[in-house]
Design a protein around this ligand. Structure first.
Ligand code: SF4
Length: 66
């Protein structure tokens, strides 16, 4: 499902602001993706967060999609 390229990520907080369920900061200030809680209710919000990322650091890993 969603993954974040930590090398590209600016830690701007945009994704966490749009979809705090799925995207959050870990203890080291990196973006943590909570793919296990993605459901029909928050998937669109998560996609909006992905599309809003200023450096396109968020992508969907199709291979891991079930
Ligand atoms: S919106 Fe993009 S650059 Fe900003 S914190 Fe999220 S993944 Fe990083």
């Amino acid at each position: 499902m969603f993954k974040v390229d930590q090398d590209k990520c600016l830690r701007c907080g945009m994704c966490t602001g749009i979809c705090s369920d799925v995207f959050s900061f870990d203890d080291e200030g990196n973006i943590k993706v909570n793919n296990e809680i993605i459901n029909d209710d928050n998937i669109n919000e998560a996609k909006e967060a992905m599309n809003s990322c200023p450096v396109s650091a968020i992508s969907i890993d199709q291979e891991n999609e079930e």
